[in-house]
Design a protein. Sequence first.
Length: 198
Amino acid sequence: MLATFAGASHYLLAREDLLQEAGLNFIITSDWPFDLVRRLGAELTNNQNRVSEMEKCLALLKPRMLFLPDDAVIPHGVDRKYCALTFCVGRVRFSLLLLFVEDGVPVDDRLREAAMLAGYFASSGIIAESRVERDIDLTERELECLFWIAEGKTSDEMATILGISRNTINNYITSVMRKTATKTRSEAIAYAVRNNLV
């Protein structure tokens, strides 16, 4: 129904916070051909790793036209261009990917409205079943390190405060960034603030 509203021929709804995990667990629903979904899964994960948290926030509800990989097998009559729309429901970020018929021209306003409708529908059903593993994954010591990072402390200062080695502090910080899927301390702080961890 949303795909038709947006003028698309195929849709795919994915959870961005699960893109780091192996397999296709990040797919919520789709009518894309399975081989295309599997091929695009690796591409989405790679793209996700190249984008900063700030860029992700600025991209919300903004249609982005992207191209499928050259080696991807697409259905007959479908364009290689697809539209990616990002929206949030609570703490969970979703992507709505839409394929269009060849030479089809999507309308930006319709695409934005489709993303808002998808968010509305997702909020009434998906969020109730959503996993919150990332929030409870962090140990007390990792949360403590995250707090001190947010306070602007260096690894040496945290080591002195907590009475453990700088190497151990760096291991905790690395673990925090891996579990929160962030690349820098600043992104880890932003994640912590967004999720009320500090």
